[in-house]
Design a protein around this ligand. Structure first.
Ligand code: GDD
Ligand code: MN
Length: 410
């Protein structure tokens, strides 16, 4: 069907995200194995790709005498990254390019790249030059010294981040701490579990079915692979010169989801079963309710708007917030349960239960506020925070058990 030329685009593997043993027989140019396969996932990196390919090729040509391959996996970038990369492959025979049109996401891009890789050593590096290429040689050396996995780390002595602001540092560290709590057996093994720059032996990951959720493919490798010795090499995460980061708030949600999935399937902490992901979603929805409540209160009560009496306004705004929260919890927080019971009567029933439970939560809130204020800490705001926290847990737990009954659906 297609014209086979030496540097045509790689076809995209389908099916499970699993890396296989290399075939022992080497037939034809495509079947030839190489020593090292480095995947460069890209999305909108047209301004960087030429430079990084040039740097990597000159580095690796010298170090490995061309016994390597670079695999660019591009998700059909609108800036034509894959086309630019493909046009380079004449000049750099070690370069192979995959254009994915039916699948998206950083983690699955890396895994698809490894699936077509022909090397015994597999690796990944960002395509935006934020990962200094020369660190590769030290990573390779570590693998040669016997490590199954060699990770470039920002948190070693000679590592760091260049110009991150406080918030970004805080979020990055916060994510790590959260991960350590949920999955100490995985995140505790390396100093920089968020690293997207590492090498591993193919044999350490052969046969494991990987999961594409989340941005953090390293967690997947450590969690599901068969990793013995791990080495780390410090590096400084450079600033981006061209293009922009694809990290959005969604990655934080995905990250938490990813931790939970890994924890479940690695089965290390089966006993404690608090649905953290759901709880966080529930909390976010609750927060959205605060804004709805405020906005409605303003519309009804403010002298410049309807200027209705305060209590009447508050009852309405509170109820609108409850409706808002129910809506989002039903289509997001508990979507999986709601999908099994989607008739309008069933929804209405859930809504009524939710309403009653939230009202009870409000009563509990007031009670606890008074108790804490009078008997524990004589500070209304701290007491209120504690009351809100308890009421949130109450609301969540009772709604989980009664409104969206997980135990009912198998
Ligand atoms: N194919 C594909 N598909 N590539 C993607 C996608 C995607 O959906 N999203 C991002 N990429 C590519 C980018 O083009 C870039 O080459 C690399 O993945 C990293 O994406 P950035 O958006 O630049 O991420 P970052 O700079 O914020 O974070 C990086 O550094 C972290 C700290 O070391 C990533 O490498 C993280 O994985 C890493 O943990
Ligand atoms: Mn980047």
């Amino acid at each position: 069907m297609s014209i086979i030329e030496p540097n045509s685009l790689l076809s995209v593997p389908t099916g499970q995200l699993r890396i296989l043993e290399l075939p022992h027989t080497t037939e034809g140019a495509d079947g030839e194995s190489v020593y090292f396969s480095l995947v460069i996932p890209t999305y909108k990196e047209a301004a960087n790709i030429t430079k990084i390919v040039e740097i990597l090729c000159s580095l690796l040509d010298e170090a490995l005498n061309r016994d390597y391959e670079l695999i660019v996996v591009d998700d059909d970038s609108p800036d034509g990254t894959w086309e630019v990369a493909h046009s380079l492959s004449q000049q750099y025979p070690q370069l192979r390019v995959m254009r994915r049109q039916n699948e998206r996401g950083l983690s699955s891009a890396v895994i698809r790249g490894w699936q077509v890789a022909r090397g015994q050593i597999l690796g990944v590096i960002d395509g935006d030059l934020q990962h200094p290429p020369d660190v590769l040689l030290r990573l390779l050396h570590s693998i040669e010294q016997g490590a199954d996995l060699a990770v470039a780390s920002r948190h070693l002595e000679d590592g760091g981040v260049s110009r991150w602001n406080f918030i970004r540092r805080f979020l990055s560290r916060g994510a790590q701490v959260l991960g350590l709590i949920i999955l100490p057996g995985v995140l505790g093994r390396v100093s920089d579990p968020m690293s997207g720059y590492f090498l591993l032996r193919r044999s350490a990951i052969v046969g494991a079915t990987l999961n594409p959720v989340g941005y953090k493919i390293l967690l997947e490798v450590i969690g599901r692979g068969n990793i013995g010795q791990i080495a780390e090499v410090g590096y400084v995460f450079c600033e981006r010169r061209e293009g922009e980061s694809k990290v959005t708030w969604k990655q934080y949600v995905d990250y938490i989801h990813h931790l939970i999935l890994l924890r479940r399937s690695t089965g290390k902490f089966k006993k404690i079963h608090f649905p953290i992901g759901r709880f966080l979603r529930f909390g976010l929805v609750g927060l959205s309710g605060v804004f709805v409540d405020m906005a409605v209160l303003y519309l009804l009560h403010d002298p410049t708007t309807l200027s209705l009496p305060l209590t009447r306004s508050k009852i309405i705004s509170g109820e609108v917030a409850i409706i808002n929260n129910f809506f989002w919890n039903d289509i997001w927080t508990f979507a999986d349960v709601a999908m099994q019971q989607r008739e309008w009567r069933q929804r209405l029933k859930r809504f009524l239960k939710f309403n009653i439970i939230c009202l009870a939560g409000l009563v509990l809130n007031v009670l606890i506020l008074n108790l804490v204020y009078n008997f524990v800490i004589h500070n209304a705001y701290i007491a209120n925070l504690i009351a809100i926290a308890v009421a949130t847990i109450w609301n969540f737990w009772v709604n989980l058990k009664l409104s969206w009954r997980v135990t009912q659906v198998k």
